[in-house]
Write a new protein. Structure first.
Length: 198
């Protein structure tokens, strides 16, 4: 974070180390008693969103696990998402760089703290195109990009880096589709008017 860090960049790594060393099924036997001894996917925790060039896949396991998604044009897959930093119950992965209007095969893979591996059955998803969508940045200038067409989907085509805000929404019914891209904002000194306190 250029010029705006103030020493906070080490907070999450420290928290992550503490969590990895202090929590988990191997540290608390009640987890196995409450949620089962064998790693399993929970059907109630499935969430999928397909976009034009990406898909977001969320799922849940009954025990803490590291996970990834294998994916590709066929059930041979060929690609996989990155490993997470520690074991979680809730898992969220992004498939990026996909072609629009294509069918992709995927499966979830989870590995619990004991090294047990669980793979889902082969599944498919379909990327999309959206009629009337506005591509961002496209012809828009910014950041901040002004999204001012009511009931319109705006689809990112690249990562966005903004010194202050990245977008200004000035209409109702706007959908901002990140399309697998990253938005980084507020990367400059805070812009705050002088204030006094009574």
């Amino acid at each position: 974070m250029a010029g705006a860090d103030s020493g906070f960049s080490q907070v999450y790594p420290d928290f992550n180390t503490f969590s990895s060393q202090s929590f988990g099924a191997e540290k608390d036997a009640l987890i196995y008693q409450m949620f089962g001894n064998d790693l399993a996917f929970k059907n109630a925790g499935i969430w999928i969103h397909e976009s034009q060039n990406s898909a977001a896949l969320g799922f849940e396991t009954n025990l803490p696990a590291k996970s990834y998604v294998e994916y590709g044009a066929t059930s041979s897959y060929g690609q996989r998402t990155a490993d997470p930093d520690r074991h979680y119950y809730l898992h969220l992965h992004y498939l990026t760089g996909l072609a629009p209007n294509r069918t992709y095969h995927y499966r979830w893979v989870a590995v619990d703290e004991r090294g047990n591996v669980l793979r889902s059955a082969d599944k498919t998803l379909q990327t999309k195109t959206f009629a009337g969508a506005v591509m961002v940045p496209g012809a828009l200038s910014g950041p901040p990009y002004v999204l001012d067409q009511a009931n319109t989907r705006y689809v990112l085509t690249q990562d966005i880096f903004a010194h202050t805000r990245a977008f200004t929404i000035k209409a109702n019914g706007v959908i901002l589709d990140l399309n697998g891209h990253v938005v980084t904002y507020d990367q400059s000194q805070a812009f705050v008017k002088e204030t006094t306190w009574d």
